[in-house]
Write a protein that binds this ligand. Structure first.
Ligand SMILES: [Zn+2]
Length: 500
């Protein structure tokens, strides 16, 4: 894993239903119990119960108990779908909250499609320039951030800034939160100058609006510190981390996972200069992550790796090896799309498709892309995007398990795992409903025939015949291989390779 600091506190936001400050967990539970007793057959009672559940889930999230919040939100969604219909705006908000839980529980593939369902519903109900729409884009960016897919998150984050600025004006604290989230994706891509500018702007806005000791101030300080560290200013970075830790300890409590982020990051900073102090900070961060996020959370693994490396510096090799092995076991469980351990999020970037598409489990292979509305014949369905890489880099990234590479020509390939539109999730079929067209360096997937709502999108991968890839697409005319058949096997121009 390339990232050596725990994911910076992105401040993923719950949708419309932020709990009122006076409602404590206990009163919330009492309200839920009371409403359950009335047997919520009446729709108004059901709605009230669902709202109380959403409030309770929100409170649990505030204290970092995402595992406990998950079933609470699931129940709220199902009650609301019954009482209000599947397209109600409150359903969208509850789905968004549930997805936030999944993100923190590192269940990225559960989170992505939920956010996107919420996005479609919210856009339809509120219009495309509503702040609630910005919130879901913000969260989609946050999900990609958590999954380690920085460039894939960038367009989502930019969109949230654009929408919210238009809706609320440039000095609004919510705009600042969007800017912080965008900056976090930029700094991971080493676009430090733009990231630092955004963090400083956001910091000034939140200090003005909330005062100097608010959690949002701590988020910006923590992230800005990481950039200052990366740019070589360790002293300023340390000062900022310590301020962030003290603010968050005061306003969220000493055991909140966000305190763990800053502790871990400060420990990384001190690793070589003050290893003993660093080790004790890692121990504190670890205890916090284990308690608040569970023993198998990726942040625990990242922290373990960091801790192991400082123990090695201190000559405690045996302990270090045990911890490193533990970290490896945790990370091996996370579904990864490439050797950088980027998580699969199952999101579609709506900027690259005019249609409503959704990623979900597929009978062909793992997950696939499905049409959520009818698509006419001969239309551009989605562009295949990603990082443009050369032949040697492509060879390095080749992973027989999952590769999302599309051969553009003899030299260039597009890696959909990095900055992909979602088209990289489209499965192979020998009888596909899409065809790939190369238009001025862009790969466009176009419909060969009308596609009905709910149908899985497929394309013929036509792998070059280097290694034979068996096919089980289930089509009547399945040729038994995903390779291109015939004599012309090389240099076909747009053959897509995706080993699976
Ligand atoms: Zn087949």
């Amino acid at each position: 894993m390339s990232q050596k600091k725990a994911a910076s506190g992105l401040g993923t936001r719950p949708g419309g239903s932020v709990p009122e400050p006076y409602s404590s967990e206990r009163t919330c539970r009492r309200e839920v119990a009371k409403l359950r007793r009335i047997t919520p057959r009446r729709k108004t009672v059901a709605r009230r119960l669902a709202r109380s559940l959403v409030r309770l889930g929100g409170l649990l999230c505030q204290t970092g108990r995402y595992g406990e919040a998950e079933p609470v939100f699931i129940e709220a969604v199902s009650i609301l779908e019954h009482a209000a219909g599947a397209n109600d705006i409150e359903v969208a908000s509850a789905l968004n909250n549930l997805a936030v839980c999944y993100k923190y529980l590192a269940r990225y593939l559960d989170a992505g499609p939920l956010y996107q369902r919420a996005l479609v519903m919210t856009e339809r109900a509120r219009g495309p320039w509503h702040p609630d729409v910005a919130t879901i884009y913000h969260n989609l960016g946050g999900l990609e951030h958590a999954a380690g897919n920085w460039s894939r998150g960038e367009p989502f984050a930019r969109k949230s800034v654009r929408i919210r600025r238009q809706a609320l004006g440039p000095q609004h604290p919510d705009v600042a939160a969007d800017m912080t989230a965008l900056a976090a994706l930029l700094d991971q891509q080493e676009k430090y100058a733009e990231a630092e500018r955004l963090y400083r702007q956001a910091l000034a806005i939140v200090e003005r609006c909330y005062g100097p000791t608010h959690h949002q101030v701590a988020v910006n300080l923590n992230n800005l510190a990481a950039v200052r560290h990366a740019r070589g200013d360790a002293a300023e970075a340390e000062h900022m981390y310590r301020r962030a830790i003290s603010i968050d300890t005061t306003c969220l409590g000493p055991r909140h996972s966000k305190v763990g982020f800053s502790l871990n990051n400060l420990a990384v900073l001190l690793k070589s200069a003050r290893p003993k102090e660093s080790a004790s900070l890692f121990r504190r961060a670890l205890a916090i992550f284990r308690r608040s996020l569970g023993r198998n959370h990726p942040n625990v693994a990242i922290c373990l790796e960091n801790y192991a490396s400082v123990l090695r510096t201190l000559g405690r090799r045996k302990e270090a090896d045990t911890l490193a092995r533990r970290a490896e076991t945790i990370l091996a469980r996370i579904e990864a799309v490439n050797d950088e351990a980027v998580g699969v999020t199952g999101t579609i970037n709506p900027e690259h498709t005019p249609f409503q598409l959704e990623v979900r489990p597929s009978p062909i292979h793992r997950v696939g892309v499905f049409a959520n509305e009818p698509i006419p014949a001969r239309r551009k369905v989605i562009e295949y995007t990603g990082e443009r890489i050369g032949r040697n880099e492509a060879r390095r990234r080749s992973n027989p398990k999952h590769v999302y590479l599309f051969e553009l020509d003899k030299y260039w390939q597009i890696d959909g795992a990095i900055g992909g539109s979602g088209a990289e999730y489209i499965n192979h079929s020998c009888e596909p409903n899409l065809r790939a067209r190369l238009v001025r360096g862009h790969i466009l997937y176009c419909s060969k025939r009308p596609i009905v709502r709910g149908e899985e999108l497929t394309v013929d991968y036509q792998y070059p015949e280097i290694t034979r890839m068996p096919c089980s697409c289930g089509a009547a005319s399945c040729r038994g291989t995903m390779n291109k058949v015939g004599r012309d096997v090389r240099g076909s121009g747009t053959s897509r390779r995706r080993l699976s």
